[in-house]
Design a protein. Sequence first.
Length: 177
Amino acid sequence: MGYAQIINLSASPDLSAANYTVRGAESDLSLDVFRIPYQAHWFSLSPGSDVYWRLSAGYLRMKQYLPTSDAGVDSRWSAASATAGMLATFSLGRGFTLEPALDLGIARLENKADYLGAAAALRPALDRLLFNWQTDAWIATPSLGLGWRQSEEGRTLTLRAHVARSWIKSFDATDRV
């Protein structure tokens, strides 16, 4: 998993909390994700067309032990993000809405690793390249969604789908102190 995917996973403006464990033949990977968004109506463009502002914060923690022949590297990743954006909704009729959005944010990604046993010999080659570094990044995520809402006899069914593309640019990469 590349650093951009880790940042993007922590920065999505969706409400979620999850813990994943991926069991492998050589090692296990543990991933914890927590994201919380807030969205509120800002103003109306016309009847059936509204603009919302939104904020989102996210945190991700990932751990993996990478074994070598007689030792290993204990690697821990963390990512924290904050985004702000706007979402517009346009009524298409029959309960459908078109929902373009733009979110901008900042994130911090950090790796800490311990070299165990004979893997300590890898430290000069891998430190600050793969392990033991941090960076800050800007995030820009435009998205396009489609919503559908149907109300009947006091019940409401809402379905939403969206596609997004994130541009992530890191800056101020530093060694771990």
